[in-house]
Design a protein around this ligand. Structure first.
Ligand SMILES: Cc1cc2nc3c(=O)[nH]c(=O)nc-3n(C[C@H](O)[C@H](O)[C@H](O)COP(=O)(O)OP(=O)(O)OC[C@H]3O[C@@H](n4cnc5c(N)ncnc54)[C@H](O)[C@@H]3O)c2cc1C
Length: 229
């Protein structure tokens, strides 16, 4: 179970030679369901699964993290091969790398260093009073954009206008959960795009899902797409 109350099953890990092989397989999904059933009582049927993922991860042949100053590139620190349990180890890795850096180039901790990040306020997990306070502070908190996860325009505006603000659909999703629910962004994508376009003064066509060239719109309508070839 995740902190958001949904169920995340898996993963499997298979060594493959295909460097482009980002696909799920029937056997892999069946193995996940079989193993999950050992620890989850009343596992929902496969047809209730919202989405499944597969990806390629670089594999460190020696099965260990590589965290060191590179022999022939002094001052450059490799933090590579961070496979599972890399997430659990992340705080310790961070402290270790800071120590390595300090040994190479000793420095003082910044006096005005801010060690905590204030997260985006979540309407879905706020109490009734907190919800009302947020709506009073900005009525955009009453405008629900993502119905599945109950994410409001106010939260998306916060995600956009904070330091290192979201500029893409995935950027908004990662900060607010908009698009992570059952419809997988089917309903909220056009609305989130309109907000991004308005706030960043960007053309709707320029908005990407994530990263470069992952455009969502390819034309005004099907006919214009066909005309443009
Ligand atoms: C399915 C799965 C389940 C896992 N489960 C667990 C678990 O239960 N517990 C646990 O502790 N660990 C788990 N892990 C491992 C953990 O997620 C990784 O060890 C950890 O995320 C590695 O962190 P990282 O910062 O080294 O790399 P990443 O988190 O992969 O970060 C690398 C970043 O660099 C970016 N990037 C890559 N190339 C470029 C480029 N050319 N230019 C700019 N940016 C680039 C990527 O987009 C990414 O954001 C799991 C991993 C997977 C795949």
């Amino acid at each position: 179970p995740t902190v958001h109350g949904n169920l995340l099953l898996g993963p499997t890990a298979e060594d493959i030679d295909d460097k482009e092989g980002q696909f799920t397989t029937e056997s892999g999904l069946a193995e996940i369901m079989r193993k999950a059933a050992l620890s989850v009582d009343k596992l929902p049927p496969m047809r209730q699964v919202i989405t499944s993922f597969a990806g390629l991860r670089a594999h460190e042949a020696m099965d260990d993290f590589i965290i060191e100053e590179v022999e022939d590139a002094k001052g450059f620190i490799d933090v590579a091969g961070i496979e599972s349990p890399g997430l659990t180890c992340a705080p310790a890795i961070g402290a270790f790398v800071a120590e390595l850096v300090n040994n190479i180039a000793p420095g003082n901790k910044k006096a005005n260093y801010i060690s905590r990040r204030t997260g985006v306020k979540s309407m879905a997990s706020a109490s009734r009073e907190e919800q009302m306070d947020l709506i009073r502070s900005n009525p955009a908190y009453a405008n629900v954009i993502c119905r599945c996860e109950m994410v409001t325009e106010g939260e998306i505006l916060d995600a956009i206008h904070r330091p290192l603000g979201a500029r893409t659909l995935d950027g908004v999703k990662r900060r607010t959960r908009a698009g992570m629910g059952r419809c997988q962004a089917g309903f909220c994508t056009p609305k989130t795009m309109e907000i991004l376009s308005r706030e960043w003064k960007m053309d709707l066509n320029a908005i990407v899902k994530s990263g470069k060239d992952a455009y969502v719109l390819t034309g005004y309508n099907k006919q214009s797409m066909e005309r443009e070839g």
